[in-house]
Design a protein around this ligand. Structure first.
Ligand SMILES: [Zn+2]
Length: 169
């Protein structure tokens, strides 16, 4: 009769104590190669299950996405560029809105703008139009610009998320 000949505990008890971190069954397992092997197997299996349930983004995710974008699909690349240009246009629009409203508010800015564009009545009309719009609907205007920017940003995010899926990998 050797020390390890004590009967191995029920697996359910062993795993319960494994989760708790202590217990007689666990103490036995430390002395028993059979139970140690079982615990090791269980640990690996659990790790695999965790990986399946909650896949961590691999370290080379960006590389994979970029490779995918470069290698394969013109549509995806075009979508990406469309998203980027929408984002750029939105930013330009917001910036332009800010500049023009400032210009409409200050005579100096207005004259500078008039010089740049050529001093037409069109500039005048545009300025007063923007000014009026800005005065009456600054809130909705800002909201609109913010919405366009946000939606293009979210579009890009969605595009990236629609990249490699587990089933394709
Ligand atoms: Zn054992």
């Amino acid at each position: 009769m050797t020390p390890t000949s004590i009967e191995c505990p029920d697996l359910e008890v062993l795993f319960t104590e494994l989760e708790a971190g202590e217990g007689p069954a666990l103490e036995h397992a430390e002395q028993c190669p059979l139970c140690t092997a079982i615990i090791e197997e269980h640990r690996l299996l659990e790790k695999d299950l965790c990986r399946l349930a909650d896949p961590l983004p691999p370290a080379d995710l960006v590389h994979k996405v970029m490779a995918r974008v470069a290698a394969e699909p013109t549509p995806v690349r075009r979508e990406l560029w469309t998203g980027l240009s929408i984002l750029g246009a939105s930013l330009m629009m917001g910036l332009g809105l800010l500049l023009t409203s400032d210009a409409a508010l200050s005579g100096l800015g207005k004259s500078v703008a008039r010089t740049l564009v050529g001093g037409t009545a069109f500039t005048e009309a545009l300025m007063s139009g923007v000014h009026a719009l800005w005065n009456t609907a600054a809130g909705p205007l800002v909201a609109l610009v913010a919405f366009v920017i946000l939606s293009s940003v979210f579009g890009l995010k969605r595009l990236v998320r629609n990249g490699p899926t587990p089933s394709e990998a």
